[in-house]
Design a protein around this ligand. Sequence first.
Ligand SMILES: C[S@@+](CC[C@H](N)C(=O)[O-])C[C@H]1O[C@@H](n2cnc3c(N)ncnc32)[C@H](O)[C@@H]1O
Length: 283
Amino acid sequence: VLNGDRERAERALERELLTSRLTAPAPTAGLGTGEVYLIGAGPGDPDLLTLRALQLLQRADVILHDRLVSEAVLERARRDAERIFVGKESGGPDNQNEIHELLVRLAREGKRVARLKGGDPFVFGRGGEEIEVLAAHGIPCTVVPGITAALGAAAAAELPLTHRRLASSVTLISGQLSDGALPDCRFLANPGHTVAVYMGVAQLPNIVARLRAAGAAAEHPAAIVERATLPGQRVLRGTLANIEALAQAHEVGPPAILILGDVAAFAPAEATAPPTAAAGVTA
Ligand SMILES: C[S@@+](CC[C@H](N)C(=O)[O-])C[C@H]1O[C@@H](n2cnc3c(N)ncnc32)[C@H](O)[C@@H]1O
């Protein structure tokens, strides 16, 4: 398809979606035949929503959203849709049971409920627990994948997670394991294996110490992508030796993701040179 044709087709689709956003009725409301759309909203940039996410978002009567869902994404919803913020405060009490009750109650009222989560609902998103509850109550649910933070950050910062020369595997891990432990660190300590650590910035000292103890070199490349795909995105590049100091010096805040391994030092302009691990920050 020529670029011009594609642009025209995209504009026509956008017009169609905007019209439906203004006029979409709620024919099932009150009939007890509601349903839930479990939608991945991607890392923040609304242009990274899938078409299906956009379609279902514009069909929903009510939207339950987390903290990581950007305002720009919420603006793509039907204008008359009710918005309910169900994000958990950092360090606050777990409200997952209340979310389950709300999902079930709203669907039983006949509503079309969009459960909108940052990234992908099944990657550190507790989407699995929500579909279990919905299934137990016989409530129909459609799951829409989203671009998970590791992929959004990798694209935005140009870090090819499995670059053929640099890495043959990638692992997504949470930095907030309940016992403070990391999975098999000897495997993760290999710089030819890429590791994307979600919710890891507060745990940086612990993560660095464990990888070093498992044999990772001080020069093991490390990058932090803060606010990937969002306004104000920053990329910090360093090594295990200095990534904590860099994060502190630049006052890195959430949301941020840590990428470890040789790909964290990748720079397309130096594509033929071996990876280097010069520290730096780019906005
Ligand atoms: C509870 S997890 C949710 C992950 C989400 N379900 C996903 O697939 O991306 C939250 C963590 O995802 C990462 N994250 C989410 N959005 C991000 C963004 N725009 N930039 C950097 N990291 C992000 C951060 O590590 C954050 O602490």
